[in-house]
Design a protein. Sequence first.
Length: 310
Amino acid sequence: MYKFKRPVGLFLCGGGALGSWQSGVLAGLVKQGLHFDAVAGFSVGSLNGAAYCYNKTGDLRNIWSGLKPSTILELRPRYYNIPLELYQHDGGNPLTKFNFFLQNHVAKMTLFSNKPVYDFLNGWLVRSGPQFPRNIKFYVISHAVEMKLPYIVRFDGSTQSHNLSFADALMASCSIPMVFPPVQVEEHGRTYHLVDGGVIGIATINLNFFEGCRTIIMVGNTRDEDLDFPARGPFGYFERKTRKMLAIHTQKIYESRVFVKSEPDVHLIKPPMDLGLNLLEFDGPKCAKAYDIGEAESANFLKRLEEQAR
């Protein structure tokens, strides 16, 4: 296998059900002998990162292939009066400003309960105990609504943190506005609401926590084509806006490599094709197919590096 300069960092982007592809890439890299010294992720990337920390990447295909929408999405609409602001892509004419105002208020309403996700996390990961089998630094990234900044919780070889439980940190990272409720955290006498920052876009996540690494591997779940993803079906508008934001995030995170003083080699792995999945399409057979595409792409990625090194 291609020999990466060590230490090696792994950054896992968000993307809902598209994370099944990412799971395949991660599991494939692990099968081929690659190991990481630090891992960071947001949204579904944090769940895949947790699987790596617990040495459970071998479980991922069975989990994805067994999914049904009802496993994850339990309808329970609620409204949260929090100062949530989305990222405004377009110009400042009155119609656009009104549309943006309306989106911000709609985003404060969540459609689904987070209990199924908590049940899954507690049943699969948390019950494995507080210590990671791997001695690794793991950064779980969400977004603090009141601060308008990324909220990063570091777990150093275990699930112990100064202010947030492991399950709460993962759930916060996956709390997509309009989909799942925010997670509350108390800090310095104040209450903050944490949501999935991959959709917000006000403050850009960067690669600075990998300072000292000589190699960083990023695994995104979107393609360049997602910047203009066509809106289809009843959730088409949500799909289009979210994919565009995730694609922008992925590119900006990749560009932040220039600020890492250790000057690592940074490799960005993205889907080579349309995965045939929507963000909230937790359909087992489709997710399993995306997983297999990801696993095959991990082999292609390593093969390309070996050929370039000759």
